[in-house]
Design a protein around this ligand. Structure first.
Ligand code: SF4
Length: 233
């Protein structure tokens, strides 16, 4: 089989797949260049740092200990059908399969539905700000198509909004969550923006980053729209 490029690996996590002990594989390559990306070292496609067969062997040794394997990135779906084939091999060991995605590849996501049990989908900003945040003018439309594609499968998902005050306001979060609820999303996460690099640290204040979490009226309104809302600080 053609190989995938694994650039990072977390052997144990309780927070990346809802309710399951999981390992996370980080795949190389991403079509976007988000201003707040904390995985810049993974953005370019190149040789993977992990031997994919050895990772499978390692996972085999975790049967009965771990419950799920999450494919993250970068954008894992950029690896195409080789990824789906690899996911199938992992699933055949008995693991649930999770996928963190930016939604840029709706057709691949449709194909992945044959093997993926749950996704975390980024909804990064309003249509107006999406291109400026991601460096890509068609990312919003593709993400919306992925959102509708996945909802139609009836499988598990969490829509995620990272509240970077350079690109999103409280009114935007209100609007986006209204849209998500209207489209049938049941579970969302509102994530605090944490600057990781020196060039980001001067560009926002703690107050600006906290504003989404300190507004009780906004929180109540958003909480009332979904079955579950995680306020991820
Ligand atoms: S989609 Fe994710 S990995 Fe890609 S640039 Fe944006 S934050 Fe980074």
């Amino acid at each position: 089989m053609s190989d995938i490029q694994i650039g990072g690996f977390v052997p144990f996590t309780t927070i990346d797949y809802p309710g399951k002990l999981a390992a996370v594989l980080f795949l190389r390559g991403c079509p976007l260049r988000c201003a707040y990306c904390s995985n810049r070292h993974l953005l370019n496609v190149g040789d993977g740092e992990y031997d994919t067969d050895k990772v499978l062997e390692w996972l085999h040794g975790r049967i009965g200990k771990l419950e799920a394997v999450v494919f993250s990135g970068g954008e894992a779906l950029m690896q195409g059908d080789a990824l789906i084939e690899y996911m199938r091999r992992v699933r055949d060991m008995g693991f649930a399969i999770g996928l963190h995605t930016n939604g840029f590849y709706p057709e691949m996501l449709q194909r992945a539905a044959s093997v993926v049990d749950w996704i975390g989908l980024d909804f990064k900003a309003t249509r107006e700000s999406y291109g400026r945040l991601t460096g890509n003018d068609i990312a919003y439309e593709r993400m919306i198509k992925s959102l509708d594609t996945w909802i139609a499968t009836g499988r598990g998902m969490e829509a995620r909004i990272t509240c970077d005050p350079r690109f999103i306001s409280k009114a935007d979060v209100d609007d986006i969550t209204t849209l998500l609820a209207a489209r049938g999303v049941k579970n969302i996460a509102i994530q605090k923006y944490i600057p990781h690099f020196e060039d980001e640290k001067e560009q926002t204040t703690a107050d600006a980053r906290e504003q989404f979490f300190n507004d009780a009226a906004l929180r109540d309104k958003i909480n009332s729209r979904f079955e579950s809302v995680i306020w991820r600080e």
